[in-house]
Write a protein that binds this ligand. Structure first.
Ligand code: ATP
Length: 502
């Protein structure tokens, strides 16, 4: 990622590339878009599938202690009552009565502007890495407007949720700049509701799941009854989740429809949960770097105990330094056995399992690594986005790991008009296509064809040339180094498979 770029400029470039190359589109674009929803284009769909496949292979198929499920999106609404989502899955929301804009209270900040302790006014901003600079600019503007001289006191940003009632009165709406138009924060439930069946009344109300985890808890008995699992073990799921976010923003980072990859890792209540929690944090960090996330952009944020839900023992976020700031990529929580206890109580069905090792019946506790597919997608693109200079020419490339790259290789016949070259090229293309997502490109100078592939992150370009006719070799070019070597046609597939699976 180009860290010296201004965050807004860099995000604009990344969003532009995603649209131009067919990774991500605004949903319903021909109708003016739809805030908080996105569509994945041909390359985006491949990239997203590669992320999910890599996670499923590494977290489910290649582990002896984890199995996967695929539960329905709409479930019996009693599940969401038992889990606490109907009553408590809320964010604090503020409305501006004049502009009708809506803000998440914990994303709204303000600062009192003073000179030598004397208050000039208050400025407000939406959370961003540059908000302190923005606040200073707004404060200077206020000073100029009031034609007051002197140096401003230090600007201290305060979150709207921490404002005293007197301070709250004075926060100007970020939309209008006027104070007194913001409503007090009120809790807003983020679950989308719908109705199931022909009659629309309270009894037919149902919800689109806001997380995949509850599908795992609700199926706990089914899975343990049908699989030979011994504690500790995990149940994993990948699937869509829906949250009516008050202010969806930062491209696909916070949207209203997204995908999650979650594991509930069940452990004995007496086990050393701190070590298991720490092991999961390590496992998940290593996975991120294994798929190509630059480790220097990864971080950890430990939630202070006072901010945890009453049943949770610990929660650590794995963070990523996005251009718009360091933000949560994955949450890894130690949740006790709250969810299973709730479902056992509210469903009236026994969910305890018999643990051979301790010869006891119990409701296991869980460690929950919970990750968003779309956030991983964005982190990978940000991490991979690079500009360099090749032979005096500026190029943009995505340094995506071969396992994750949407197109694994491009096959170029050097010239269009030589039947033999075309034949070899086509045979190779058809052979590779059976195993990997590959493309062929016949148009334009070879240099231009390379650039097109660099920009979408294709790790290898294979050129069939006149020498190929003589000795059955082709050139294979590495995207990052641009080094080329000749290899035998027979070696191409094992070479690529080694890189993609390696
Ligand atoms: P945030 O604090 O950013 O709203 P969260 O703590 O509510 O996130 P969780 O409920 O822990 O998120 O969800 C687990 C994961 O699901 C997150 O780490 C993130 O990767 C993903 N996720 C959550 N909400 C969204 C969203 N609105 N858009 C995209 N991904 C999301």
């Amino acid at each position: 990622m180009l860290t010296d770029k201004k965050s807004k400029e860099l995000m604009d470039e990344i969003v532009g590339l995603c649209k131009r190359k067919g990774f991500v589109f605004q949903s319903s674009e021909i109708y003016g878009g739809y805030n908080g929803f996105f569509d994945y284009g041909p390359l985006g769909a491949e990239l997203k599938k590669n992320i999910k496949d890599a996670w499923w292979q590494d977290m489910v198929q290649r582990r002896d202690d984890v199995v996967g499920i695929d539960s329905s999106i709409i479930m019996n609404p009693s599940i969401w009552k038992a889990s606490g989502h109907v009553d408590g899955f809320t964010d604090p929301m503020i409305d501006c009565k004049e502009s009708k804009m809506r803000y998440r209270a914990d994303h709204l900040f303000f600062a009192e502007v003073r000179i030598a302790g004397e208050m000039l006014g208050v400025v407000s901003l939406i959370e961003s890495p540059e908000m302190l600079d923005e606040a200073k600019k707004k404060a200077e503007k206020l000073k100029r407007k009031l034609a007051i001289k002197g140096d401003l006191d230090e600007i201290v940003l305060i979150c709207a949720v921490d404002a005293t009632p007197e301070q709250y009165e004075q926060i100007p709406s970020p939309a209008t700049g006027k104070a007194g138009t913001l409503t007090p924060p009120r809790e807003f439930n983020m679950m989308f509701d719908t109705h199931v069946g022909a009659v629309r009344n309270d009894a037919s109300k149902a919800y689109l799941r806001p997380e995949t985890a509850q599908g795992i808890f609700a199926n706990f008995k089914n899975v343990t009854d049908t699989s030979r699992l011994k504690l500790p073990f995990g149940i994993a799921q990948i699937g869509k989740a829906f949250r009516n976010e008050i202010t969806p923003r930062n491209f696909i980072f916070r949207s209203r429809e997204f995908e999650q990859m979650e594991i509930e890792y069940f452990i004995h209540e007496d086990s050393d949960w701190k070590t298991i929690h720490a092991d999961w944090i390590k496992t998940r960090r290593e996975w991120f770097t294994s798929i190509g996330l630059t480790s220097e952009f990864l971080g950890e944020e430990v939630h202070p105990s006072e901010s945890l839900a009453h049943y949770a023992r610990a929660c650590t976020d794995i963070t990523f330094k996005f251009p718009f700031g360091e933000q949560e990529l994955e949450g890894i929580a130690a949740r006790g056995n709250f969810d299973l206890t709730q479902h056992q109580e509210k469903s009236g069905k026994g969910l305890e399992i018999f643990d051979e090792a301790s010869k006891s019946k119990l409701l296991p506790h869980v460690i929950e690594p919970s990750l968003g597919v779309d956030r991983t997608f964005l982190a990978l693109i940000c991490s991979a986005y690079t500009k360099d200079e090749i032979d005096g020419e500026l190029r943009t490339l995505l340094k995506l790991h071969p396992r994750i790259a949407p197109v694994k290789a491009a096959i170029f016949p050097l010239v269009k008009k030589n039947e033999n070259i075309l034949q070899i090229s086509n045979d190779l293309y058809k052979k590779l296509q059976r195993h990997l997502n590959v493309v062929t490109d016949l148009s334009g100078a070879i240099g231009r064809r390379y650039r097109r592939m660099d920009e979408i992150g294709t790790p290898f370009c294979i050129t069939v040339d006149f020498e190929s006719l003589e000795d059955n070799t082709v050139t294979i070019r590495d995207r990052d180094t641009t080094d080329q070597k000749r290899i035998n046609l027979e070696e191409v597939l094992p070479f690529l498979l080694g890189k993609v699976n390696g």
